[in-house]
Design a protein around this ligand. Structure first.
Ligand code: PMV
Length: 317
């Protein structure tokens, strides 16, 4: 029995993984092969408003622009909404706003599906548990299950086939002063999305066999780093984890190299600055952009080295 409100609205933050999710054990349910750990980006993310449709049609807007209902974006959203409507006739208008600076080259699918899940829960007055909502958001996009929570979040892979135990779990620890800098290399649509990329890596890269071990070891180090506020350990672990993931991508066939020359130049700049004593590290996802990790006391130095850097402080300055 669903009783939709006239309107409901929710916000969810974007997130950046320090230990990456790469590889599915169940492609349908987005069940991961390894646990991952992320930090949510505070006020940067997606706001979604659902409105009981006044015209009897499903319609979707993104940043104020109506989307073609048979296009990729609207189709994915409506398929997800269908999981909740389950065949009942409840036409809806979906208004999605991303405040992630488009220039930052950050994916918005994680915050998008998390915000949509929260908005659906409110709109249909379901009052589901946050971990259940997280497991639902995972069906839209794996990393979305981590965007249900603020701060550090671990996505636990779970053991059940139905995936209801595969969801985000927020950590209690906070880290005021932790900063993330978004280095934009390119913002266009990527050639190979994460779903296809993961599948290719899994099927063709022997190197992938070592990935679950790397991820498990890194996860443990990250927990230790967060508990003891050991920034060097956090940064090193996140950077090595990202490069290990990219190594498995590069070892795929056809090769999957998300880097641009400017990505490598930025990596080398980070290594050079670190050589000079700056506590600066990076992580990267399935794209050419870098996300820098540093602490508040080094912000001025980092901003000087990377012109036009967008800086986020997930726990405040
Ligand atoms: O949630 P997806 O299917 O977009 O996959 C995200 C994959 C990475 O961004 C590369 C890693 C991660 O954990 O966010």
């Amino acid at each position: 029995q669903l009783s939709p409100l006239d309107e409901a609205e929710a916000f969810a933050p974007s997130n950046i993984a320090l230990c990456k999710y790469w590889g599915k054990r169940d492609a349908e349910l987005n069940l991961p092969i390894n646990n991952s750990l992320s930090v949510s980006l505070g006020h940067l993310g997606t706001r979604t408003r659902l409105q009981r449709s006044p015209d009897g049609r499903d319609r979707v807007w993104l940043n104020g622009i109506e989307q073609d209902s048979s296009g990729d974006f609207a189709a994915k959203l409506l398929a997800f909404i269908e999981l909740f409507r389950a065949g009942r006739v409840l036409p809806v208008h979906v208004h999605t706003e991303n405040n992630i600076p488009t220039a930052a080259g950050l994916a918005s699918s994680a915050s998008g599906f998390a915000a949509l899940t929260l908005a659906l829960d409110k709109w249909l007055q379901l009052a589901l548990e946050p971990t259940v909502l997280s497991a639902f958001a995972r069906l839209g996009s794996g990393s979305a299950c981590r965007s249900l929570f603020d701060g550090f979040v671990e996505w636990q892979d779970g053991i059940h086939d139905d995936g209801m135990d595969s969801h985000g779990v927020p950590l209690e620890a906070r880290w005021p002063g932790l900063q993330i800098g978004l280095v934009k290399v390119a913002t266009g649509e990527k050639a190979v999305g994460s779903r296809a990329g993961m599948q290719r890596t899994l099927e063709t890269a022997h190197l992938y066999q070592s990935w679950p071990l790397q991820a498990a070891a890194d996860l443990e180090k990250l927990h230790r780093a967060i508990e003891t506020r050991d920034f060097a350990l956090l940064g090193q672990t996140a950077e090595q984890n990202a490069l290990s993931m990219h190594a498995t991508m590069i070892a795929s066939w056809p090769p999957l190299l998300y880097w641009q020359p400017e990505s490598v130049a930025a990596m080398q700049r980070v290594w050079q600055l670190r050589e000079q004593g700056l506590a600066l590290y990076f992580t990267m996802d399935a794209g050419p952009n870098l996300k820098l990790l540093f602490e508040a006391r080094d912000r001025a130095a980092v901003e000087q080295a990377f012109a036009g850097l967008e800086v986020v402080a997930p726990f405040g300055d």
